[in-house]
Design a binder for this molecule. Sequence first.
Ligand SMILES: [Zn+2]
Ligand SMILES: [Zn+2]
Length: 214
Amino acid sequence: MKPLAELLKEAEGLHGKLCPGQVIGVRMAVVGCREIGISEPQQDRRLRVWAEIDRCATDAIQAVTGCKLGRRTLKFFDYGKMAATFLNTEAGRAVRVVARDDARELAGRYAPRVKDKQEAQLAAYLAMPESELFLVHPVAIALSPYDEPGHPLKRVRCQSCGEGVNDDREVYQDGRTLCRPCALGGYYRLLGPGEEAAASTEEGPAQRGVLRDE
Ligand SMILES: [Zn+2]
Ligand SMILES: [Zn+2]
């Protein structure tokens, strides 16, 4: 791996700014890759990452690992947790790295003289030992062929909305093949004739998901 300062520069480039989340994400990716024996950013498809939050740190993880959602080497599970799992498919080894909940309080000890809260956090997350920032657990991952990079293995048509569904994401319900939003409810609702777009006035998952940045 490149030196931390260089990795942070790359993360800043992708994310648009250097924030405490970039430091957490970069260090998380460094720990994760090291623990599964990966020393270089992704050149092939050997490394897979599962991110559990749609916040700053996930951009940093992408920058360091080279794993991408569109290449199917990065998966996103919306758990709302500052955590990610790193898998070396060749070695069959995976670890889940979780940012410790008490890292925020511990951070106060590392930059007591920095007045600005964000800057203090950033300095602290750079200085804190790994063991105070993260918990690391070996994990097993059930890999489905439908999740692999490469061409889709399967495509069906939803019998309700008519849209195509790739790679076994369909649901079988009462003898019908349905897409997930038709079967389980989705994040959107088609507007009726004359209805105004009303994204912000309805309480739904899309609105509850993002309340503040950092
Ligand atoms: Zn950020
Ligand atoms: Zn459908």
